[in-house]
Design a protein around this ligand. Structure first.
Ligand code: SF4
Length: 359
């Protein structure tokens, strides 16, 4: 039996896939076969349901000391387009977004050289006070590691203060590729792979849910991709705290890696499918339409994705890197896109409680 046939039998029998299986899947050129395998696993977990939410993104500042080579969003403090939002600006944006019925605000930002930790806590408290029913999903492990560094508090103490001020879950960013080699070359000035995993573990053990991501399509090797998936899977075995895994498509424009090309549709769909097949213990695989574009996100529903993220009012980070997708879409656009693919749109909250399901 050839390797793919053996993998197919394993998938049918719900047998966990190995590192070698993962590498064989990543090298597979039969994209429709891959899609079939991943879609079957997805169907077993969630039937034809596809989740989305109504959310808004706030990026408090684009000033960042890390200046990762893949990032087009960050600026130095002295750049003319550097910004830092104050509390009033954040509230103003949220008031505008709340008319669209948002249930979640997603807050991630640069690592600002001088903003004190109290700045972030003040923003959280103000948001919590004015929008008590909006779920605050905020701060990646990279930011939490930085807060710990600038305050001298432990990661657990930082998390406790963030939770007390309003944080209810963590996004999954900052993972990039969990490889020391990649991080040394592309983002040596921020939390490393071990730190990212350790902070997620601490958060999960405190009862916080989070997502996990991979930023793919730059200098990573196939082996580094599979090792990343295995590291996330191992942690999930221990904590069960990851709700969704989100493959993030690298956008090279305006970055220090602008000589590279963006992953093709084939590569994007393959990553979605391989993530679904390798991460047998993570319930949701998200096609993050801001990065894939709406068309590939819709196709990804046939490649194992069961979540299409949200309405994402005002996305800035990927658009700084040349994303051609919209900056936000309406709920109707999202549900229509899901329906057209023959799936059932389900509005969820951040913790995947069903808010509204089509029949
Ligand atoms: S990816 Fe994040 S940490 Fe890296 S430069 Fe951009 S904003 Fe800063």
């Amino acid at each position: 039996m050839d390797a793919l046939k053996i993998i197919e039998e394993k998938i049918k029998g719900n047998v966990r896939l190995s590192k070698d299986d993962g590498l064989a899947l990543l090298r597979c050129r039969d994209i429709l076969w891959l899609g079939q395998q991943a879609a079957a696993v997805k169907k077993q977990k969630n039937g034809d349901r596809v989740f989305y939410n109504v959310n808004c993104h706030i990026n408090l500042t684009n000033v960042c000391i890390s200046r990762c080579h893949f990032c087009a969003f960050s600026r130095d403090e002295t750049d003319s387009d550097a910004y830092v939002m104050d509390v009033q600006e954040v509230l103003r944006r949220l008031r505008a977004a709340s008319s669209a019925g948002i249930t979640e605000v997603h807050i991630v930002s640069g690592l600002h050289p001088t903003c004190p930790f109290s700045y972030y806590l003040d923003i959280l408290r103000a948001v919590r006070h004015e929008f008590p029913s909006v779920h605050i999903k905020a701060f990646t492990p990279v930011e939490i590691h930085y807060f710990s560094k600038i305050t001298g508090l432990t990661v657990q103490q930082v998390l406790e203060q963030l939770v007390a001020a309003g944080v209810q879950s963590l996004p999954g960013g900052g993972a990039e590729v969990l490889s020391d080699r990649v991080r040394q070359q592309l983002c040596p000035n921020k939390a490393g792979a071990r730190e990212w995993l350790a902070i997620m573990e601490t958060a999960h053990k405190m009862g916080l849910k989070s997502n996990a991501t991979i930023l793919f399509g730059h200098i990573e090797t196939e082996e580094e991709v599979i090792d990343h998936l295995l590291a996330v899977r191992d942690l999930q075995d221990r904590t069960g705290g990851f709700q969704a895994f989100i493959p993030l498509v690298f956008h090279p424009a305006n970055t220090k890696l602008s000589h590279l090309t963006k992953p093709t549709a084939f590569e994007q769909l393959r990553m979605i499918a391989v993530s679904r097949l390798m991460l047998d213990n993570i319930e949701h695989i998200k096609a993050y339409w801001v990065m894939t574009g709406l068309k590939i996100a819709q196709l990804a529903l046939f490649f194992g994705a069961d979540d299409i993220d949200g309405t994402v009012i005002e996305e800035r980070i990927t658009h700084a890197a040349g994303a051609q997708s919209e900056r936000g879409v309406s709920q109707q656009q999202l549900t229509e896109l899901i329906r057209q693919a023959g799936k059932i749109p389900v509005e969820r909250d951040t913790l995947y409680t069903v808010l509204r399901a089509a029949h």
